[in-house]
Design a protein around this ligand. Structure first.
Ligand SMILES: *Cc1c(COP(=O)(O)O)cnc(C)c1O
Length: 371
């Protein structure tokens, strides 16, 4: 008899790490609820979908998929560079900007190096750093917001990266220009701030900073943005980073040569041109963010101030149970236990009828006797 095969031991640096739990897909949610009509407000997607021009470009690009993509995504990088007032050598394309979060860790963290991250920040920051054998120095938030002064104080001689999501996911909260500037002013020369601006376009506050301005000034900042949110192309996986040419070069060394795909590049390029679609998306989302936020506050929930396309909502009781009951009603949101928020949900801003269904379902769930 052969002895049972031992599974390979998990390396020490992966101990205690969990897989990233994405929101339920529509198919999973339909299966779990037994309902055909499911509302998905779980992944901060664009309820209007992509620009029709982006779809058309993606369709046309399918004729070329027997060829490898243009590895450096030259046309897309040039278009982004023109728009952002930087050179194409300052732009790198990712398979979604989440890939770039990982590529920066891979490019800049040596053994024993660390990255400073806020405790309630986007979960991938800490996960990729630890999975790359780096150390994550976690700093508590203040009022659900990154405490940038405390993060600066946490920087030591082994710190190479500081990850800041602005606005942050899952809290939607944000940091002002002068706060980020103070962080930059206080950092040693060899520390790079990775400023994740996945929700940049939704922000409409005068004191919310445009991080690319610091890149243009030669400050040690890498800005990450994405086509997954306002451009509605989450399924095609295109994001980008903007940084100094030598920083981009380091990322290019670790980047897989064909990390973005043919239809994705074509769709992103076309999406950039359709400014009317972006405008429609922003008008809808900002108006609904206001309406849904007010409706939730009127019901007594604590809603964090959000500049993004989602709301962080404290329902004041076990949010995992509320989440499950909402799924049974055909509405999928995100419970935030993995982030340490046991009573909070993250709710993406949908179309008006989707938000109305969320409110109706939430009222039904919260007024039902507790099990
Ligand atoms: C959605 C999101 C991203 C982008 O995701 P991709 O689809 O990989 O581009 C990046 N950072 C944060 C904080 C996000 O919420």
């Amino acid at each position: 008899m052969t002895s049972p095969r031992r599974s390979s031991p998990r390396p020490a640096h992966l101990e205690g790490l969990d897989r990233y739990e994405p929101g339920l897909s529509l198919e999973q949610a339909a299966r779990e609820s037994g309902l055909r009509e499911v509302v998905k407000l779980a992944s901060n997607e664009n309820p209007l979908g992509p620009s029709p021009r982006a779809l058309e470009a993606a369709r046309a690009a399918l004729a070329r998929v027997h060829r490898y993509p243009d590895g450096p995504a030259t046309a897309l990088r040039e278009a982004l560079a023109r728009r952002l007032g930087v050179s194409a050598a300052q732009v790198v394309i990712g398979n979604g900007s989440t890939e770039l979060i990982d590529l920066f860790a891979r490019a800049f963290l040596g053994p024993e190096d660390n990255a400073v991250i806020s405790e309630g920040a986007f979960a991938r920051f800490g996960q990729v750093v630890r999975a790359r054998n780096g150390r994550a120095r976690l700093v508590p938030m203040r009022d659900l917001t990154h405490d940038l002064a405390a993060m600066r104080a946490a920087v030591d001689e082994r710190t190479r990266l500081v990850y800041v999501a602005n606005p942050n996911n899952p809290t939607g909260t944000w940091n002002r220009t002068r706060e980020v500037e103070a962080l930059l002013d206080g950092l040693p020369q060899d520390v790079l701030v990775v400023l994740d601006e996945a929700y940049f376009e939704y922000a409409d506050e005068a004191e919310y900073p445009d991080g690319v301005r610091w890149v243009r000034q030669g400050r040690p900042v890498a800005v990450l943005r994405t086509f997954s949110k306002v451009y509605g192309l989450a399924g095609l996986r295109v994001g980008y980073g903007v940084a100094a040419p030598d920083v981009v070069e380091a990322v290019d060394i670790v980047r897989e040569p064909f990390n973005s795909n043919v239809p994705g590049q074509a769709a992103a390029l076309a999406a950039l041109e359709d400014e009317a679609h972006v405008r429609r998306t922003l008008e809808l989302t900002r108006a609904e963010r206001e309406r849904l936020g007010s409706a939730l506050r009127e019901r007594g929930h604590r809603v964090a101030p959000s500049l993004a396309n989602f709301l962080f909502v404290d329902v004041g009781r076990d949010a995992a149970a509320v989440y499950r009951d909402l799924v049974a009603q055909g509405v999928v949101v995100r419970p935030l236990r993995a982030y340490g928020f046991d009573t909070a949900l993250r709710i993406s801003i949908g179309a008006p009828e989707e938000n109305a269904r969320l409110l109706t379902a939430l009222d039904a769930v919260l007024s039902a006797p507790r099990r």
